[in-house]
Ligand binder design. Structure first.
Ligand code: NOJ
Length: 538
């Protein structure tokens, strides 16, 4: 580290009543794919550092780095073999400290990806645990004897396919793994495990890290008796293997730890299909600061569906909580591909961006979405994601993890070596440097909408109220004292007047950048897949 003082951000926003993770924008970086500084074809922390100016230019407030800890990479970093170091492929702790300090000097926070549910099978804890039934670390994981017929101890299945139990021949017992067999499950009912994980969190907070994205937090507590999961219509319901009520106490303890520091935050991946359950992870304002809202990932391109998802989550988040919105991540097909369309694909990207950046709730951007990166088709024999072979090539996540397209030409400004995954065919035309030169590009729209949000607290903290509008339109109002913002998004293929209330337009932007703003919001005509945000007096 630089001296012994942890790096802290230059801008102390809380002094102005601004809270970075609530009022700002968070940008997810998949470190393998953002920028490769040492030209081995794989992105690294020094690469991220060299691209900080792009993020500062864009106007983001925080970066979430997907795991960069030492890992055998069976699940590309979600199998951690040391929680207190950096994998050599990404650099070392000095590189991390340099990145953190340089980010902080630009007022950009960094959150790391905590993977508390499981370790790598190469983690020294598991290596010790599997040595013998009497090893002091044995109970750090979940071990059970086979059933009399040799079958696994219960019927739980792995999210990645097959049984969730692996027989360890040396001691004749099975161990539990919700994901790959290389990702053995930690036993969070053992206080030593809790203490060890708290130490990890402190280690990074003391270094100056601003928060954590917590992986599969809903799975850390299991039914103490490990009872069979029930089958509903032939499908296993994960009643006993995840979302156990005891998880909330464990989370409150983590939150207390975060609250011992200033302005740190916890955002959790609560991958449950029922948003009402997801919302319980806010507790009474004493659990997660943010629970990922993945609603858009399951919503079709439809104004009614978008409105319903947003309204539903908004109502579920408790008063002390704060919503958030996600369009894309490293686990789902990029939204530019999900919502692609023969003629309106680009317009849809613009509209989705405007929606994300004007809704009430923290926007999470996924690297590359600011230039409209699409999923890249990876030939089956070149697939790297383990899901491709444990489940199905159709579920392979490589397509959304391809390297960032910075500039035209070989290596796309990402690497001078051979990239670990191929670039999209469009890298020569869809890239940062090209879009930087075009004021009407998607990249500039992201930047302009972020700047608008940053300048207008009504777009950060204002209330949210959907407005009556034609079926093809999702329209809403944000209010904060005497300030108001009106947003109208036409998801349809025809032009429409969204029927915004009469109000004198004082500023704003529309996704068809070259069209002027109307004087009166009520006279707005939206073209197919066009959106607009207007600032007006109340
Ligand atoms: C969720 C992560 O987002 C995903 O990428 C990973 O495979 C699983 N958790 C297992 O850690």
């Amino acid at each position: 580290m630089f001296g012994s003082r942890p790096s802290r951000p230059a801008r102390q926003d809380h002094e102005a009543g601004r809270l970075w993770w609530r009022d700002g924008i968070i940008y997810q970086i998949y470190p393998r794919s953002f920028m490769d500084a040492n030209n081995d074809g794989i992105g690294d922390l020094e690469g991220v550092r060299r691209r900080l100016d792009h993020l500062a230019w864009l106007g983001v407030d925080g970066i979430w780095l997907s795991p960069c800890f030492p890992s055998p990479m069976a699940d590309f970093g979600y199998d951690v073999s040391d929680y207190r170091d950096i994998d050599p492929v990404f650099g070392n702790l000095q590189d991390f400290d340099r990145l953190l300090a340089d980010a902080h000097s630009r007022g950009i926070r960094i959150i790391l990806d905590l993977v508390p549910n499981h370790t790598s099978d190469r983690h020294p804890w598991f290596q010790a645990a599997r040595r013998s039934k009497d090893d002091p670390k044995r109970d750090w994981y979940l071990w059970r004897d086979p059933r009399p017929d040799g079958a696994p101890p219960n019927n739980w299945t792995s999210v990645f396919g097959g049984p969730a139990w692996e027989l360890d021949p040396q001691t004749g017992q099975y161990y539990l793994h919700t994901f790959l067999k290389e990702q053995p499950e930690l036993n969070w009912r053992n206080p030593e495990v809790v203490a060890a994980m708290h130490d990890v969190v402190r280690f990074w907070f003391d270094r100056g890290v601003d928060g954590f994205r917590i992986d599969v937090i809903h799975a850390i507590a299991k039914d103490p008796e490990l009872r069979d999961n029930p089958m509903v219509n032939g499908v296993q319901k994960r009643l006993h293997s995840e979302n156990h009520p005891d998880v909330h106490g464990m989370l409150r303890a983590l939150r207390r730890l975060a609250d011992d520091y200033d302005e740190r935050m916890l955002v959790g991946e609560v991958y449950l299909m029922d948003p009402a359950e997801v919302a319980t992870y806010y507790g009474a304002g004493d659990e997660l600061h943010l629970a990922f809202n993945f609603s858009f990932m399951h919503a079709p391109w439809d104004a009614g569906a978008f409105r319903a998802q947003v309204e539903r989550f908004a109502k579920l988040v408790p008063e002390q909580g704060w919503p958030d919105h996600v369009l894309s991540s490293h686990d789902a097909r990029r939204h530019a591909s999900r919502y692609d369309h023969a003629t309106l694909g680009e317009a849809r990207c613009r509209l989705a961006a405007l929606m994300l950046l004007t809704l009430r709730g923290t926007p999470f951007l996924y690297y590359g979405e600011e230039i409209g990166m699409r999923n890249v088709e990876i030939p089956e024999d070149a697939m790297q994601d383990p899901l491709a072979w444990t489940l199905s090539p159709k579920l392979c996540r490589d397509g959304e993890r391809t390297p960032m397209q910075w500039q035209p030409g070989p290596g796309a400004g990402f690497t001078k070596g051979s990239p670990w995954l191929p670039f999209g065919d469009d890298a020569g035309t869809r890239n940062v440097s090209r879009q930087m030169e075009e004021p009407a590009s998607l990249l500039h729209l992201y930047r302009d909408a972020i700047a608008l949000r940053r300048r207008n607290p009504v777009l950060q903290r204002g209330s949210f109220q959907p407005l009556d509008s034609p079926d093809q339109v999702f329209a809403f109002e944000r209010r904060d004292g005497a300030s108001r913002a009106l947003v109208a998004l036409n998801l349809g293929t025809t032009s429409v007047n969204p029927r915004l209330p009469a109000a004198s337009v004082q500023g704003g932007l529309r996704t068809h950048a070259r069209l002027p703003l109307p004087e009166d919001a009520a006279s707005l005509e939206l073209r197919p897949c066009e959106g607009a945000v207007f600032l007006t007096a109340c």
